[in-house]
Structures are given as structure tokens and as C-alpha cells.
Ligand binder design. Structure first.
Ligand SMILES: C[S@@+](CC[C@H](N)C(=O)[O-])C[C@H]1O[C@@H](n2cnc3c(N)ncnc32)[C@H](O)[C@@H]1O
Length: 217
């Protein structure tokens, strides 16, 4: 499974940013047809707004991917300390090319299911478009919770099943077979009850087949 994820993201590293940001006509058609037009740029903008522009704490970005959505925000948060973690060396090296010159940003190759950090290290954990790719989702939920400080915020967005037949078909028949997504996937109700077991406060929204939320530990 781990090798499948490494090779899936290695093979897509050159097209990844364009597909996610709808940088060309093909990706705009793909998003409109298969994802009901849900705009990843807009979801990223909404969840990054949850992090104040003067944020000065510790933040874990897992998985950072190529940092296509987070580059400018992370570069500007000079008073914060940000750890960017990803399993794929290829994706992480793209993120390093974007953000490696900043002293307040560090990079770690690792597995969200086995984070190499102490308990309660971070004020904020951000997980953008990660949980639909993570192979062991219960471990990913428990590890992101473990490294978050009491009172800290867990902010995330990812695919959930049960919202659109065509999106669910695409995910199970193509994206999961290629290794970009990894089942099993949660429905909105399953996710709500999981987050409710971990977090004191939750604010959950959906846009098409994407859920985005902020939770307080
Ligand atoms: C769809 S990308 C999202 C990247 C970025 N957050 C974004 O929104 O563009 C999913 C990422 O999850 C990473 N990933 C998959 N399994 C992982 C794991 N077990 N631990 C850490 N990262 C993982 C992949 O390498 C890939 O970079």
C-alpha cells in the first residue's frame, strides 16, 4: 500500500497542481463533470481563513503535498513554526522547492499514522485533501489528535462518499485503483460521529463531495 501511494504521487507530480487548481481546460472540465464543480481553490481559501494572519504558534501541515494551496500563507506566517509532513518524497521535494528558504518552516518525510512528534506539540493541525489518501484513517485521526495541544484546532477537508454517484464511481473505479485515493471512505454521518468522539467542539460544512471543518480539542 505504501509503495502504491509513493508511485501514484510520483507519477502525478507534474500534473498535480494543474488538476487541483483547475489550471487548464481539461482540469476545469474534469472538476465540473466528476466533482459537481466543487472548487478546491475555494475550499482551500475557506479553511485557510480559519488560521489568523498573525498566527504565531506551532502548526503541522499533513500532508503538505506540493504546498500548492498553502505556499503564500505559510511564507507570510513568519512568527509561527510550521512543520510540513508528507509520505511521498516527490511531493515533499516540490513543497521544499516552494518553501525551503524559510527558517520558520521545517519538512519531514513520514506517515500520518505514526507521527514522529511528541504528544500535544501543535496549536493547529491542518490536513488538506489528505484523509481520502491515507490508508489507515483511524490511526490518522488518533495521531493528529495526539499531537494537538489541549485547546488546539484540527482543520481539514477531504472527500466523503454518499454525496454524488458519479464522484463515488470515479473514486472507487479510477482514483483508488491508481493509488491517489485509498478506501474505505466515510459518509458525512460517520465522520460527524467520529469527530464528536474526539473533539469538544466541531464546525462541519460540505460542498459537493468534499467536507471541510474545524474542531477544537
Ligand atoms: C491529494 S494530496 C494533498 C496534498 C495537499 N495537502 C494539497 O491539498 O494539495 C494527498 C497527499 O497525501 C500524501 N499521503 C498519502 N498517504 C500518506 C501518509 N500515510 N502519511 C502522510 N502523507 C500521506 C500523499 O503523498 C499526497 O502528497
Amino acid at each position: 500500500m505504501a509503495d502504491k501511494i509513493q508511485s501514484a504521487y510520483k507519477s502525478s507530480k507534474n500534473i498535480y497542481d494543474d488538476v487541483l487548481t483547475q489550471g487548464n481546460l481539461f482540469s476545469r472540465l474534469y472538476i465540473r463533470f466528476f466533482w459537481s464543480g466543487t472548487d478546491d481553490n475555494e475550499i482551500a481559501r475557506r479553511i485557510l481563513q480559519y488560521i489568523p494572519d498573525n498566527f504565531s504558534g506551532t502548526l503541522l501541515d499533513v500532508p503538505v503535498g506540493t504546498a500548492v494551496f498553502t505556499e503564500s500563507k505559510w511564507a507570510a506566517l513568519k512568527g509561527a513554526y510550521i512543520t510540513c509532513l508528507d509520505y511521498s518524497d516527490d511531493m515533499l521535494s516540490r513543497a521544499k522547492a516552494r518553501l525551503g528558504q524559510y527558517g520558520h518552516i521545517g519538512f519531514v518525510q513520514g506517515d500520518v499514522g505514526n507521527l514522529p512528534m511528541q504528544d500535544e506539540t501543535y496549536d493547529t493541525v491542518l490536513s488538506m485533501n489528505g484523509f481520502h489518501a491515507f490508508p489507515d484513517k483511524p490511526k490518522a485521526f488518533s495521531e493528529t489528535y495526539r499531537v494537538l495541544k489541549q485547546g488546539g484546532e484540527f482543520i481539514a477537508c477531504f472527500y466523503i462518499k454518499g454525496k454524488s454517484r458519479i464522484t463515488d464511481w470515479l473514486v472507487s473505479s479510477i482514483l483508488s485503483k491508481k493509488g491517489w485515493f485509498t478506501p474505505p471512505f466515510q459518509t458525512e454521518d460517520e465522520l460527524r460521529s467520529m469527530l464528536g468522539r474526539y473533539y469538544a467542539e466541531t464546525e462541519i460544512h460540505t460542498d459537493g463531495s468534499i467536507v471541510y471543518f474545524r474542531c477544537k480539542k
